[in-house]
Design a protein around this ligand. Structure first.
Ligand code: ZN
Ligand code: ZN
Length: 385
């Protein structure tokens, strides 16, 4: 075991991060990224399994004789967004970019693997999980269905995400609900289209759709308990009408957020009732499709304390804090937490453009903090002696 030169590690992670940034790959297409990850992990001396849940990679590192195992997770996928940045490492794939910083997450977990392989300082097994398709909310499930926990057992899991607006070197999280579930819906209204000059001769769907959009606003304001958090957003209204023809078909689409399965179920039930009733009032038919895309991310209280304590061993006390509010954004890491307890943490990305923005770029100044945090969690949870 030898102590790594941390500045050298930071330079290396920066080079990996920029290489990954220049070569972004969409969910389940992360072939180059997965090969990059696997090659690095093997070079550090880890055992590596590829093709777990499609393009997922799992690295395993064992030290000592302890029989406990914990997992650290990073995500590898990019988004279908055209990058506006002009930096030398900007995306070379038109229309695809790392706009969520998963290039940084991957580089930091590789850095942690190199650090822990070289320095040890723990007793047990660490699983380094590089998941595909986080943005789809499908990658974690694909790995779990491919036997992730049976083949590479672990008892708890930790992950992190960069956060624009939070200063570099700052970490925060909270126990309980952290990020929301995401549900999607499509309501199709079917009537009879016709001439714009003769509305009475048909059963057009646009006025009904407008009433439906307004009525859906009452789900959160009138039907949910004020103590529950919920969001119902109508995002699209599409008809088959044209300037002088009334539509016989209208589609109302949108997105709902919540933190408890009961709230998600209540939103769906109310939506079906309102769609049905509104359609009836306008003498058209309604068909509701409601799907669940992401489960809510619920942090384990005890492991939040552990993660914050680990962060304080590598960062200043006042840089580690408890986030006040849960966020109504969603994250596929939540799926792992339905199997084992764990903790998801946010780390500062400084004053960067927001996530999923074409001008976004991961801030390399945070790389070493992330890698050292991962390593600190391992040493705390799999302590020697
Ligand atoms: Zn994202
Ligand atoms: Zn992300």
């Amino acid at each position: 075991m030898s102590e790594l030169d941390q500045q050298q590690l930071h330079r290396e992670m920066t080079a990996w991060r920029r290489d990954l940034h220049a070569h972004p790959e969409f969910g389940f297409e992360e072939k180059r990224t997965a090969a990059f990850v696997a090659e690095k992990l093997r070079a550090f001396g880890l055992e590596v399994a590829e093709g777990v849940g499609g393009t997922g990679v799992v690295g395993t590192l064992t030290r000592g004789s302890g029989n406990r195992a914990i997992a650290l997770r990073a995500d590898m996928d990019a988004l279908r967004i055209a990058e506006q940045g002009t930096q030398a490492w900007r995306s070379r794939t038109p229309g695809t970019m790392h706009a969520c910083g998963h290039d940084g997450h991957t580089a930091m977990l590789l850095g942690a693997a190199k650090l822990l392989a070289s320095e040890g300082g723990f007793d047990g097994t660490v699983r380094f999980i590089f998941q595909p398709a986080e943005e789809w909310g499908r990658g974690a499930l694909a790995m779990l269905q491919d036997g992730l926990i049976e083949r590479f057992p672990f008892e708890e899991i930790f992950g992190l995400h960069n956060m624009p607006g939070l200063p570099i070197g700052h970490f925060e999280t909270r126990s309980g609900p952290v990020m929301s579930a995401e549900d999607n819906f499509e309501i199709v209204l079917k009537g009879v289209g016709g001439h714009a000059a003769r509305p009475h001769a048909g059963r057009e769907t646009l006025v009904a759709a407008c009433a439906l959009v307004v009525n859906l606003q009452t789900i959160v304001s009138r039907r949910l308990s004020p103590a529950d958090i919920g969001v119902v957003s109508v995002t699209e209204l599409i008809t088959d009408g044209t300037r002088n023809a009334l539509p016989g078909l209208a589609r109302v689409l949108g997105d709902c957020r919540s933190f408890r399965p009961q709230v998600s179920a209540a939103i769906e039930a109310e939506m079906r009732r309102i769609a049905e009733g509104t359609a009836q009032a306008y003498n058209v038919a309604a068909e509701v499709t409601y799907t669940r895309e992401f489960v809510p991310l619920i942090n384990d209280a005890a492991l939040v304390d552990e993660a914050l304590a680990a962060a304080r061993t590598v960062l200043a006390d006042d840089a580690v804090g408890v986030a006040v509010d849960p966020m109504t954004a969603s994250e596929d890491f939540a799926r792992f937490l339905t199997e084992v307890p764990g903790c998801f943490v946010f780390m500062g990305n400084g004053n960067s453009a927001p996530l999923h923005n074409p001008a976004y770029d991961f801030n390399d100044a945070g790389l070493l903090h992330g890698a050292r945090f991962h390593a600190a969690v391992v040493r705390r949870r799999l302590g020697v002696g």
